[in-house]
Design a protein. Structure first.
Length: 207
């Protein structure tokens, strides 16, 4: 595994481009997010998604969340957001809000579940920059073996997954904290799927 250290507030362009290149080549890359470290692959490549599940030793029936650079990238890659979804996205992105939206058929098997996929725009410069350079949303499932705790520490990522992944962006310890709030916006009435960093009451006030 190749490991590159970056400044989380001003990540080097060449490191971001290298991470995006690995991802588009079907490889597995560990990246920092606004909570913990995640594993990024191309969700439109079945080879890449298979490699992700193998690296984590994770059951293939569990869906994989995505992150994107901005709302425009979400809509260009996954489809237009409904009025309700767009309203929540405009208030909650970038930030810890995951929206469950209809999954396009071009996504690789294993990314979506029940015809939906979760996506958010993280409040983390490195993660957003990698998705921007890749030109598409990328996966952001936790960087750990299945059954082990997720981590905010790049050293623990390397100890656990170093022999199983190809590249890591090391931006130091990530902030940790509660997970994103997940909201199903596939109908006109949003539904709370998982409580998280943004209170459900607050989200309802955005509607």
């Amino acid at each position: 595994m190749r490991r590159v250290v970056v400044d989380p507030g001003a990540p080097q362009r060449d490191a971001i481009e290298e991470a995006a290149k690995w991802i588009l080549a079907g490889r597995v890359v560990a990246i920092p997010t606004d909570t913990l470290y995640g594993l990024a692959v191309d969700p439109f490549s079945s080879v890449a998604v298979d490699a992700l599940f193998a690296a984590k030793n994770r059951p293939t029936e569990r869906a994989v969340p995505l992150i994107a650079s901005d709302r425009a990238q979400v809509e260009s890659s996954l489809g237009w957001l409904s009025p309700v979804a767009a309203r929540l996205a405009d208030r909650g992105w970038p930030g810890p809000l995951t929206l469950l939206v209809p999954a396009p058929r071009v996504l690789a098997a294993g990314v979506s579940s029940g015809g939906t996929v979760g996506v958010r725009v993280p409040m983390q410069d490195v993660a957003r920059a990698i998705a921007r350079v890749a030109g598409r949303p990328i996966t952001a499932t936790s960087a750990n073996l299945s059954g082990e705790p997720a981590t905010d520490d790049p050293d623990r990522v390397e100890a656990s997954l170093g022999a199983r992944i190809d590249f890591m962006i090391d931006a130091g310890r990530t902030p940790g904290g509660p997970p994103s709030t997940i909201v199903d916006v596939t109908s006109d009435v949003p539904r709370l799927v998982r409580a998280g960093a943004i209170a459900w009451d607050e989200i309802q006030r955005w509607l």
